[in-house]
Design a protein. Structure first.
Length: 686
């Protein structure tokens, strides 16, 4: 017969369960654990009643006037694979007279939620009946809480402490909003503290946490503690079962608020791939030239006919200012334009002369045409900030006046020139034959130029008033504002860059038809639809692959391609999340390996509420009774709770994104609301 043992003698988890075995290890490491004993699994009969001989043993342990904590210690609990947090019952402040009854109730506490948990974790449900029991003297806690020796939400090297007044039951049940301390273990400093005057011995707790982790061979620990009078007691320690690395992925660029955005806009990979290929080559050129600033970190994402181009804003600003100054310091805009015109002519000649298109040749000719334009494009972005600094003595309104007058070219833009022709001829048909590409671009090729020009003629209605510059206007501005030679030269350069980019835009639009010809040829050869080909790149036409293209990143000097999953994740974060409103703030207790996740809300009134699959479950507090619903949920949001909430731990084990402690989610959100969860900041956005 297996006897009841004092906790410091317990080592066999197969007989006494994981919690008791861990407490025994802590006691043998001379850590402050409340005195107690463990009742083995074999001490109960088939009906779950405590055997007579063990009942006598229990009564022999008891002392009159003391209160006890009765807690489960199942063989499946507190293991590396699963914590089983809150899945079995615990009872506090139990008097000696009722202790045997509560030991039996604790042993028999395997319920529907434990079976659901076992199914989710792929654990034999029969193991849920193998429950030993831990009995400890109650600690009259003034404060109680939890510690994690690594941040379980993102795996960072921080010790997280959360605490509440009194017993920790309200904290682990998720009914309380705890105070929080974060200790950066690398910097050896507190980096987060919600209370100004901390009423607990935080440094002592941090030292105990580090000792406990060492006792368990360096495995990160989830620790429960209580503070009574001047003493700290450790009441439980178990492995953090699912340390979740933040779902940044290999394409993570940073917070959306810190980025430069181009888009989102309509675009298909094929019609933008020549520009991207040329840009990748241009980035490499800059890296290889020590005189040039390094290109900015960049990601480009394609989703469902849309594209967004993103750069680190600070890096992008430095990069474009450097590009502008490169021209000022000797790069010739005239030479770039000459080279571009030659490349454009070579491309046009090839497409005119050849009915059958060689994909490698088309790719080469397009990149050759893009190449001399790229420095000018980014230099134009940089012109505004450089010249704004250079004209800092002017009032903002005056700077705008100077900028407008000095950078406007004397000749109309290509769109203005087409408007003039249309207003003169009054023939939409003639304009459509002359400019069939008027709506073409990165989003593809369109065949409704006639309709466009018909509507356009109505808009201009005979009025073709143009905004253009003139030498006389510029001289008047120079004199009025006292511009110096350097300011004038910079403004003149910006004007030349703008003219170049306007001409390139017209070229880009008309050459999308060259790419469409190649795409149609490829579709015929492969026996696929043209829409499928438009999701490829020029490189794909060369190699013959038909796998859709999802995007490109340039991070830490490396070019990488997106896969479908990475693209969807990044799009949700950088586009869907950025555009969302109505922020609720809470604590991320489980990221599920994601940065963010979106979906429709379901506010559950009870654990029996009929929740649809894949909904974002919203509840007041994170009670373990919600485990069956959590198995169906896409994510979980609560009003109350902290890092140690029972269901929060379960959420981490299920890989379920979870934000707790929003205080008002059930009041603000309604069934069917579409929300985005930021699983880095802990925000719920509607």
């Amino acid at each position: 017969m297996v006897k009841i043992l004092p906790l410091d003698e317990v080592a066999d988890a197969t007989k006494f369960g994981g919690k008791a075995a861990n407490l025994g290890k802590l006691l043998r490491a001379d850590l402050p654990v409340p005195a107690g004993f463990a009742v083995p699994i074999q001490a109960f009969d088939a009906r779950g009643r405590l055997l007579a001989e063990h009942t006598k043993e229990v009564k022999a342990w008891l002392s009159a006037g003391k209160l006890y904590a009765v807690r489960s210690s199942a063989t499946v609990e507190d293991a590396d694979e699963a914590s089983w947090a809150g899945q079995f019952e615990s009872y506090l402040n139990v008097e000696p007279a009722g202790l045997v009854q509560y030991i039996e109730r604790c042993h028999n506490s395997a319920k529907a939620r434990t079976k659901a948990y076992a199914k989710q974790q792929s654990i034999n449900k029969e193991l849920t009946s193998q429950v030993a029991v831990v009995v400890q003297e109650m600690v009259p806690a003034t404060f109680a809480g939890v510690m994690f020796t690594k941040d379980p939400s993102n795996g960072s090297n921080k010790t997280i402490i959360e605490y509440v007044p009194g017993l920790g039951e309200s904290l682990v049940h998720g009914d309380a909003d705890p105070e929080r301390i974060a200790w950066n273990r690398t910097k050896r400093a507190i980096t987060e503290q919600t209370e100004q005057n901390v009423p607990i011995p935080s440094q002592q707790l941090i030292k105990l946490a580090e000792k406990i982790e060492r006792s368990f061979g360096g495995v990160p620990q989830d620790i429960e503690w209580a503070f009574s009078g001047s003493e700290v007691w450790i009441v439980q320690s178990r492995p953090i079962t699912t340390l979740q690395e933040r779902g940044t992925g290999k394409h993570y660029l940073g917070n959306p608020d810190k980025l430069f955005y181009w888009g989102p806009s309509r675009a298909l990979p094929l019609y933008m791939s020549d520009f991207l290929l040329a840009e990748q080559e241009n980035y490499d050129r800059m890296v290889d030239n020590p005189k040039l600033v390094n290109p900015p970190k960049t990601i480009v994402i394609f989703i469902n006919g849309q594209m967004v181009w993103l750069n680190k804003a600070a890096e992008f600003g430095k990069f474009v200012r450097s590009s502008f100054k490169e021209y000022e310091q000797g790069r010739s805009l005239e030479i770039d334009r000459t080279n571009w015109n030659a490349a454009v002519q070579e491309l046009d000649d090839y497409m005119t002369a050849n009915k059958y298109i060689k994909y490698t040749k088309l790719r080469e000719l397009l990149i050759n045409a893009w190449r001399p334009t790229l420095p000018a494009e980014f230099a134009l972005y940089g012109a505004e900030s450089v010249l704004e600094e250079r004209m800092h003595e002017l009032e903002p309104a005056d700077r705008l006046t100077v900028w407008g007058a000095m950078t406007l070219d004397d000749e109309p833009t290509f769109m203005q020139r087409i408007d003039i022709e249309l207003a003169t001829s009054k023939s939409p048909g003639a304009a459509a034959r002359q400019y069939p590409w008027i709506q073409d671009g990165y989003s593809g090729v369109f065949e409704n130029a006639g309709k466009y020009f018909t509507e356009r003629l109505k808009i201009i209605a005979g009025s073709t008033k143009l905004s253009s510059g003139s030498p006389d206007k510029r001289q008047a501005i120079i004199k009025k504002y006292g511009l110096n030679d350097k300011q004038v030269a910079g403004l003149s350069l910006a004007r030349g860059l703008a003219e170049f980019m306007d001409d390139r835009k017209a070229w880009m639009m008309r050459t999308r038809r060259y790419i469409k010809r190649a795409a149609s040829q490829f579709a015929h050869e492969k026996g696929v639809g043209i829409k499928a080909v438009e999701r490829l790149t020029l490189d794909d036409l060369v190699t013959g692959t038909t796998e859709p293209y999802h995007g490109w990143s340039y991070l830490n000097g490396l070019h990488q391609s997106f896969n479908a999953q990475d693209a969807a994740l990044a799009w949700d974060w950088y586009v869907e999340f950025k555009a969302s409103k109505s922020v609720l703030a809470g604590i991320v207790v489980s990221s599920g390996g994601r940065h963010f996740i979106n979906g429709k809300v379901f506010v559950a009134e009870s654990p029996q509420s009929p929740m649809p699959d894949e909904a974002i479950l919203v509840v007041p507090s994170t009670s373990p009774s919600y485990v069956p619903l959590m198995r169906k949920a896409r994510a979980l949001v609560t009003d109350h709770g902290g890092m140690m909430s029972h269901a929060a731990i379960v959420a981490r084990e299920f890989g379920l994104p979870c934000i707790v402690g929003t205080k008002r989610a059930t009041k603000i959100l309604h069934n069917g609301d579409k929300v985005v969860l930021d699983l880095v900041k802990g925000e719920v956005n509607r």
